[in-house]
Design a protein around this ligand. Structure first.
Ligand SMILES: C[S@@+](CC[C@H](N)C(=O)[O-])C[C@H]1O[C@@H](n2cnc3c(N)ncnc32)[C@H](O)[C@@H]1O
Length: 291
């Protein structure tokens, strides 16, 4: 791949997924794109880039962008956000929704599904202890840019290695069944989560309002204007008494006033009522139509 090819690739990735690929990461692009070239019977990465130049909207372009995403995830990742979900978010929302009894949750970069399934497992476990919760409807929407990871998520099938990362053994034994050398999550837990392809750079207002948004470990890959515009647009989709959970290396501080951090609850943010009265914040970069 020539320096010019690499520049083209970096620009394309930034425009399509928000991913900022550092100039010194050519080795990463090459190692991730060689399997794509092989799959599409393309002789070299130079030829691959050439095809991207002439067919920017081809399946090859989609596969290229997906191959460059980092899909690292695991059950109950970082523990703390899930403690917040069980101990702070759910009790508050259950009380606030005692009339409509409907709670909407969005995992905005769900990867292979461990995040939404962790939330579903918490809800399920809690409902067994508190039967009043059975009257509530919990809708969990899990979205990601990559159709490949969502396909895996939908199947609910995980390797031995994946179920050993973060998943308590009693939940493994209670909610998973062994299929050969893999483990599949129970149909009733799978049924709690809806999966849908969605690029956070695009307009997501048709998804409606959510009470909880987990948008974890994806903003870190974006540049500052993209982080700001995504956070501001998420703010418009969150109920006034809703919650936003970000990844351990992410924050709203210094980016937007649309949310404020909850003191003593690291990684958890609530809509800022003062910011709601302001004009809608400019969408730097503009939300693109067509999810
Ligand atoms: C590191 S994983 C995070 C998974 C999970 N949220 C967690 O914290 O464990 C990042 C995910 O973001 C997705 N992603 C990257 N850019 C995206 C975009 N523009 N829109 C939606 N998802 C994106 C990737 O496909 C990947 O699955």
């Amino acid at each position: 791949m020539t320096p010019d090819d690499f520049d083209f690739l970096r620009k394309m990735l930034r425009e399509r997924s928000g991913l900022v690929l550092a100039a010194e990461k050519q080795y990463l692009a090459e190692s991730r794109l060689l399997p794509v070239a092989r799959k599409y019977n393309i002789a070299s990465l130079g030829d691959l880039v050439q095809q991207l130049r002439v067919m920017p909207n081809s399946p090859l372009a989609v596969a290229t962008v997906e191959a460059m995403t980092t899909n690292e995830t695991f059950f109950f990742r970082d523990k703390l956000p899930y403690d917040h979900f069980r101990d702070t978010i759910l009790p508050a929302l259950v009380a606030a929704h005692d009339r409509d009894k409907r709670i909407r949750i969005w995992c905005a970069a769900a990867s292979t599904g461990q995040e939404p399934y962790s939330l579903a497992l918490i809800i399920r476990e809690l409902a067994q202890k508190e039967p009043a919760l059975a009257a509530y409807r919990f809708d969990i929407l899990a979205t990601d840019l990559s159709g490949d990871v969502l396909e895996r998520a939908r199947s609910g099938i995980y390797s031995q290695f994946e179920v050993q990362r973060g998943l308590p053994i009693q939940l493994l034994l209670k909610y998973f069944s062994q299929v050969g050398e893999t483990w599949q999550i129970a149909p009733e837990i799978r049924a709690m989560v809806q999966f849908r392809t969605l690029n956070l750079l695009n307009d997501f207002s048709p998804l409606g309002r959510f009470d909880v948004v987990f948008c974890r470990n994806v903003l870190i890959y974006f540049d500052q204007p993209t982080k700001i515009q995504v956070l501001n647009r998420i703010a418009r989709q969150i109920a006034e008494d809703g919650y936003l959970a970000l990844g351990a290396a992410e924050t709203v501080v210094g980016l937007t006033d649309a949310f404020r951090p909850l003191t003593e609850k690291r990684g958890l943010y609530v809509p800022n009522p003062a910011a709601r009265d302001l004009e809608p914040l400019a969408m730097a970069g503009g939300a693109r139509r067509g999810m």
